[in-house]
Design a protein around this ligand. Structure first.
Ligand SMILES: Cc1cc2nc3c(=O)[nH]c(=O)nc-3n(C[C@H](O)[C@H](O)[C@H](O)COP(=O)(O)OP(=O)(O)OC[C@H]3O[C@@H](n4cnc5c(N)ncnc54)[C@H](O)[C@@H]3O)c2cc1C
Length: 479
């Protein structure tokens, strides 16, 4: 297997870079350790499209954030991904926090971001549910919210439809030099390539070392979240951040692109596989969010989860060709705002690769448009009737909380780079994202996966190897 570019990691960075390269006359592959796209930080984050006032002026983060924010509305439209330009507020409760708002205002202006300071009264006019103790806030109208894993899946679907080869369940364990290129050992695959892009998240330091590239370290910093039911009455319409103070940044409270409310994240250094939630972390999230919205009720929480930030020791995005391993490009230390920055990172890395020798001519057959799965629950009654006529499986509701039909689940399995696991179906259709969190629909989703993939039901997993759900048939083996 011979490629021009092999991208290691199918998070938002790898998926966006693959999509950008898929529009050129280059032979590209993506190599991912897990069974699906968006298995790392891309799956578990706040989903905020940051405006760009937070990053240090002149840093790579600031540059990518501001450009990524500008590109995001175009990209989500092309890919058909849920996004809303809802704006963000940084709320200050005292003089110290008010000074932080001034500092962010200044930084935002230096980064070229539209920002303004507003009074506590103006804050409550925008957000009537917010605390009366808020003194002032920074208002950033270009901030937004996006569904992070859907963005990565959509980008990878688009890339795959344009000819990019995606190797899933293929962990890279060794990289060798061969003439002017590389040989990558990834699970059962031995992949030969001229250029490598290292977008391996918290493991990007190990991948760089394997290729004889620069030494840098990536440390995992866990962020824990509480997700609230859609029916939860205490809502805000924009993203609410805490102002940085001696005690840290606090947690955010925000709508999600699917209409729930989310609170978090905490920030704690931990191991690279440690996505456990903790009693202390979740208490810190609830206490933090009560500062903004004192009446929020813990009983309306539907789930909790944690994600791992890839914190590089250079405290900025590391996006450069290795000096010691020519042809090897690091896209490392992509902590927040990496989701926002991804379209800009893809544009920048593609430019770099073309200047390094990748064919930069446009592929005439490539498209930047990806048609999303039509959401039955959002269709008009006339359209629903039409859909049922074309495919009776639209009349079979599998997920009762989110009203996801069998037809949508089947489509999610058969799209390019389609779902092969229960979580894969969930990320692509929302089946299992509702109040019961899959309690009702999971066995039915498993049945559909088993039927459509022609796999034994016992082999259907939650999210790949090691996450089996069934051991054997009831009473099988019983004497
Ligand atoms: C708690 C939290 C909150 C955040 N909030 C925001 C936010 O609101 N807005 C924002 O803009 N950003 C946010 N971010 C940052 C954003 O989520 C990340 O910057 C982004 O998801 C990083 O994407 P990535 O593709 O670089 O890494 P990842 O998504 O981690 O992807 C790396 C991929 O590489 C794969 N991989 C690793 N090792 C190997 C190997 N050996 N072989 C093959 N594959 C391998 C992994 O399985 C993984 O799929 C947040 C992050 C966290 C953790």
């Amino acid at each position: 297997m011979n490629y021009d570019v092999a991208i290691i990691g199918a998070g938002i960075s790898g998926a966006m870079i693959a999509r950008e390269l898929s529009c050129l006359n280059a032979n590209v592959c993506v190599i991912e350790a897990e069974a699906d796209v968006a298995a790392g930080a891309t799956r578990a984050n706040s989903g905020i499209v940051h405006a760009g006032y937070d990053a240090l002026p002149g840093s790579m983060k600031a540059r990518m954030n501001v450009r990524g924010n500008a590109l995001m509305p175009i990209v989500v439209k092309e890919l058909g991904v849920p996004y809303e330009n809802c704006g963000s507020l940084v709320a200050a409760f005292d003089d110290e926090e008010d000074k932080s708002v001034d500092m962010l205002l200044q930084r935002g202006r230096e980064n070229g971001v539209p920002v303004k300071k507003i009074s506590g009264e103006e804050v409550r006019k925008r957000e009537p549910n917010l605390s009366r103790q808020i003194k002032s806030a920074l208002w950033a109208p270009t901030a937004g919210i996006v569904s992070p894993f859907e963005l990565a899946i959509a980008a990878m679907e688009n890339a795959a439809a344009n000819g990019v080869q995606v190797y899933l369940s293929s962990r890279v364990t060794a990289i060798f030099r061969k003439n002017k290129g590389f040989i990558i050992q990834a699970g059962p695959n031995c992949i030969e390539t001229r250029f490598v892009v290292n977008a391996a998240g918290v493991y990007a330091d190990d991948i760089s070392r394997m290729a004889g590239g620069e030494a840098f370290t990536i440390t995992a910093r866990r962020g824990e979240y509480v997700l609230f039911d859609r029916s939860q009455p205490v809502k805000v319409s924009s993203v609410i951040f805490g102002a940085p103070s001696e005690k840290g940044k606090g947690v955010l409270f925000s709508p999600t692109a699917h209409g729930n409310m989310i609170a978090g994240p905490t920030a704690q250094f931990t191991g690279k596989e440690d996505t456990d939630t903790t009693r202390e972390g979740l208490s810190a999230v609830m206490n933090g969010v009560r500062r903004y919205v004192p009446s929020i009720d813990r009983r309306s929480a539907i789930t909790v989860f944690a994600g791992l930030r890839a914190m590089g020791n250079r405290h900025d995005f590391i996006i450069e060709e290795s000096k010691s391993a020519q042809g090897f490009v690091n896209v490392a230390g992509i902590e927040s705002p990496g989701l926002t920055s991804a379209p800009a990172i893809a544009e920048y890395v593609t430019g770099m690769l073309v200047s390094m020798g990748v064919d930069g001519t446009k592929k005439t057959s490539a498209t930047r448009i990806r048609k999303p799965i039509e959401v039955f629950a959002h269709a008009t009654p006339e359209r629903q009737r039409e859909l049922i006529k074309t495919d009776p499986r639209y009349a079979n509701v599998i997920c009762r909380c989110e009203h996801v039909t069998e037809a949508e689940i089947v489509q999610s399995i058969h799209r390019p780079c389609g779902a092969t696991t229960v979580d894969g179906v969930k990320m692509r259709t929302s089946a299992g994202f509702g109040r019961c969190h899959g309690g009702f629909c999971m066995p039915r989703v498993m049945d559909i996966l088993s039927h459509e993939l022609d796999k034994d039901l016992n082999d259907i997993t939650k999210c790949g190897e090691g996450s089996w759900i069934l051991a054997n048939k009831t009473k099988e083996g019983a004497r």
